[in-house]
Every structure is written in C-alpha cells, then in structure tokens.
Ligand binder design. Structure first.
Ligand SMILES: *[C@@H]1O[C@H](CO)[C@@H](O)[C@H](O)[C@H]1NC(C)=O
Ligand SMILES: *[C@@H]1O[C@H](CO)[C@@H](O)[C@H](O)[C@H]1NC(C)=O
Ligand SMILES: *[C@@H]1O[C@H](CO)[C@@H](O)[C@H](O)[C@H]1NC(C)=O
Ligand SMILES: *[C@@H]1O[C@H](CO)[C@@H](O)[C@H](O)[C@H]1NC(C)=O
Ligand SMILES: *[C@@H]1O[C@H](CO)[C@@H](O)[C@H](O)[C@H]1NC(C)=O
Ligand SMILES: *[C@@H]1O[C@H](CO)[C@@H](O)[C@H](O)[C@H]1NC(C)=O
Ligand SMILES: *[C@@H]1O[C@H](CO)[C@@H](O)[C@H](O)[C@H]1NC(C)=O
Ligand SMILES: *[C@@H]1O[C@H](CO)[C@@H](O)[C@H](O)[C@H]1NC(C)=O
Ligand SMILES: *[C@@H]1O[C@H](CO)[C@@H](O)[C@H](O)[C@H]1NC(C)=O
Length: 297
C-alpha cells in the first residue's frame, strides 16, 4: 500500500516538473520563480521540516540545497511571500506603530519559512492547489492575535522604560545608598554581567559604614511584590485573593524582583542604546513568559 502511493506521487512529481518547464516559458511569473522541486525537498530534509503529507521526504534526492541557485530561489520565494503579507498588513487599519511588530511576528520566524517551503512543495504537485496563496491567507488569520501580542509587548516595554527611568517603586527616585545596596546585591548574586557592564557599587564614594543593605533589599523585595498584588487586584478577572496570590507567585518564581533591581542598576550606568535594547527585549521576553503562566491561574 505504502509503496504504491509512493510510486504514484513520484509520477505526479515528474509530470509536474515537465509542466513547470513548459509553463515557465509562458508568463506565469509566480510559477516561474518557484524554486526547483529538488531544491525544496532537499532543503526540507536538511531543516527537518515535518508534516509534509507526502512520502517525498523519504526519497533519495541527490541535491545540495546550499547551492547558490537554490538559496537564491528560496530567498526570492520567501521575500515575495513576505512582500505580499507586508502589503496585506498595511491594508488593515491598525496603529502604524504596531505594523512592523506584526510583520515580524508573522514572517520573522522559522515556522513561517517552513510553512512557505511546504506550500511550495505542494504547489509542485498541483499548481491549481494554490497552496502558497492559502498559506498566506492562513498566516493572515493570525493578525489579530499578533496585534494583541504587539500591544502587550509595547505596554511591557513601557514598564521597562518606567523602571529604567530611575524610579525605584514608581513613586520615588533611588537614593545613593539604595543604589549602592542594589549593586552589591546584584554582584554578590551574580545577577549582572560584570564583564559587559562596568559596574562600580560606589561611584559617588558615599560613606557606607553601618549601612544595612540586607534589610533594605528585604523591604524592597516586599514592596515590589506588594505592588504587583495591587496591580493585579485592580484587574477584574483576577479580583479574588487566590488568583492574585497565584499571579504574584508566578512573578516570584521568575525572580521578577532581581530583574527590577538589575534594570535599576543599569539605569545608573552609562550603557549603550544597543545594550539597553537587548535588556528591554529580555525583559519583554521574561514578562511574556510570566504572563503566559499567569493565564493558568
Ligand atoms: C492541496 O495540497 C495539500 C497537500 O498535498 C493537501 O493537504 C490539500 O488537501 C490540497 N488542497 C486542495 C484544495 O487540493
Ligand atoms: C494568489 O493571490 C494573489 C493576490 O490575492 C492573486 O493575485 C493571485 O492570482 C493568486 N494566485 C493564484 C495562483 O491563484
Ligand atoms: C480581527 O478582528 C476584527 C475586529 O475585531 C474582525 O473584524 C476581523 O474579522 C478579525 N480578523 C481575523 C483574521 O480574525
Ligand atoms: C523615560 O525616559 C526617556 C528619556 O528621558 C523618555 O524619552 C521616556 O519617555 C521615559 N519613559 C517613561 C515611561 O517614563
Ligand atoms: C527624580 O529625579 C529627577 C531628576 O533627578 C527629578 O526630575 C524627579 O522629579 C525625581 N522624581 C521624584 C519622584 O522625586
Ligand atoms: C561613616 O559613617 C560612620 C557611621 O555613620 C561614622 O562613624 C564614620 O565616621 C563615617 N566615616 C567617614 C569617613 O565619614
Ligand atoms: C557614556 O559613554 C559614551 C560612549 O562610550 C561616552 O561618549 C560618554 O561621554 C559617556 N558619558 C558619561 C556621562 O560617562
Ligand atoms: C521563556 O519560556 C520559554 C519556554 O518555557 C523558554 O525556552 C525561554 O528561555 C524563556 N525565556 C526567558 C527569557 O526566560
Ligand atoms: C484579564 O482580562 C483582560 C481583558 O479581558 C485580558 O487581556 C487579560 O489577559 C486577562 N488576564 C488574565 C490573567 O487572564
């Protein structure tokens, strides 16, 4: 059974290739620029692209998908699909500030590339199947989801900026003593990369004799999580103690306090804008991980 299907598919394949070479001389640009079947399949095998609903991946295709002609053809295909999605995004009425983010979410992933490669392979079997166009449509169905994610990331990014702008708990600035204790805490617990960041715990040469940093850190820790409780208590769908406690627990598990301390310390250093962007992205990542865990509360 299996081998006969296999055989049938192979026949279809070689027929499709013949049809392709004929239509290439006609003016169907879309088909003309499709990478060759060997290119797609050997690439799919190399990348371990799964769920291709055909036995083709078991075939012994002797082709090197890293050859320039294959690489270029693939890049052209991917970029044509990206262009199409880009223009569809621009048709949707959304805040322009999210459109790049949405574009990245929809087309910036490995799984996007894999789904286009898969669709192109199917199109070799049957160009009337129109699988590339249908793949584009199904990617665009994710647009509302992406808008939501991009909006949330934007909010979380603002949160980072607020913390970075030297506020300790959102209401007051750090004192020199607090800054000292935070830096000591981060260095002691290995929470900051002292090779990337030139961090001096006491740049202002303040008198730290008798300073009780542990007590200060303990209180700050409480403050940060208390604040989170307050924030979550205000959210209607979490307005019961158990859920709030569960949500705050997710922040604790992720050592959110340490993260806030790190941002506070970084804000006192002369860090480059590139480093700031990296730290901001990292914060957004961790925050979205926490948020997805809170969804189970
Ligand atoms: C198009 O091809 C894919 C893969 O072979 C198949 O799953 C799908 O059912 C086909 N769709 C149509 C409309 O033929
Ligand atoms: C795919 O969609 C585009 C835009 O909607 C359309 O111009 C093109 O004709 C479609 N291709 C096929 C093969 O149907
Ligand atoms: C996205 O949401 C809008 C408004 O909520 C809705 O009209 C549209 O159909 C949705 N689009 C998709 C692809 O789900
Ligand atoms: C943080 O400070 C920067 C630069 O001073 C400013 O552009 C930005 O609006 C501030 N952001 C917040 C959330 O306070
Ligand atoms: C924090 O410090 C900045 C500049 O040093 C000052 O403009 C701002 O008012 C201070 N904020 C608070 C809440 O004290
Ligand atoms: C630092 O502070 C301590 C306690 O407040 C004090 O005893 C000491 O003299 C101070 N040292 C200097 C150099 O000011
Ligand atoms: C911060 O670093 C930049 C580049 O490394 C340098 O040009 C600038 O003078 C520094 N600013 C301060 C306040 O140290
Ligand atoms: C977010 O969660 C994923 C999956 O659990 C994990 O692989 C990733 O390292 C996490 N990212 C951060 C920045 O914690
Ligand atoms: C609470 O509801 C808001 C809006 O309905 C939603 O965006 C948010 O994800 C919900 N939070 C949780 C933890 O379910």
């Amino acid at each position: 059974m299996r081998s006969s299907i296999n055989f049938l598919r192979l026949q279809i394949t070689s027929m499709a290739l013949i049809i392709l070479s004929i239509s290439a001389s006609a003016q169907i640009t879309e088909v003309k620029t499709l990478p060759s079947f060997e290119c797609l399949v050997s690439y799919a095998k190399l990348q371990g692209i799964k769920d291709i609903n055909t036995p083709v991946l078991n075939e012994d295709i002797k082709y090197d998908s890293t050859m320039p002609e294959c690489t270029t053809a693939r890049q052209n295909l991917i970029s044509r699909v990206r262009t199409e999605i880009r223009s569809r995004i621009n048709e949707v009425e959304i805040l322009p500030r999210y459109s790049n983010c949405i574009y990245e979410k929809l087309t910036g992933t490995e799984s996007f590339v894999h789904s286009v490669i898969k669709a192109a392979i199917f199109e070799h079997f049957d160009e009337n199947n129109n699988s590339i166009n249908r793949t584009i449509s199904s990617i665009l169905k994710e647009i509302n989801n992406s808008i939501q994610i991009c909006r949330q990331e934007d909010e979380v990014g603002n949160e980072f900026d607020t913390i970075f702008n030297s506020t300790f708990d959102g209401t007051r600035n750090l004192t020199k003593h607090e800054e000292y204790c935070i830096k000591k805490y981060l260095i002691k617990n290995n929470l900051i990369d002292i090779y990337t960041y030139d961090i001096d715990p006491n740049p202002h040469n303040i008198n730290v004799t008798g300073l009780n940093c542990e007590e200060m850190i303990r209180k700050s820790n409480e403050e940060v999580y208390d604040q989170l409780s307050t924030v979550y208590f205000q959210k209607p769908n979490l307005s019961n103690d158990e859920k709030v406690e569960c949500a705050v627990e997710k922040f604790r598990e992720a050592d959110y306090f340490d993260l806030v301390m790190k941002i506070n310390a970084l804000s006192t250093l002369n860090i480059t804008s590139e480093q700031k962007i990296i730290e901001r992205e990292n914060f957004i990542q961790i925050f979205s991980n926490i948020t997805s865990k809170i969804a189970t509360c």
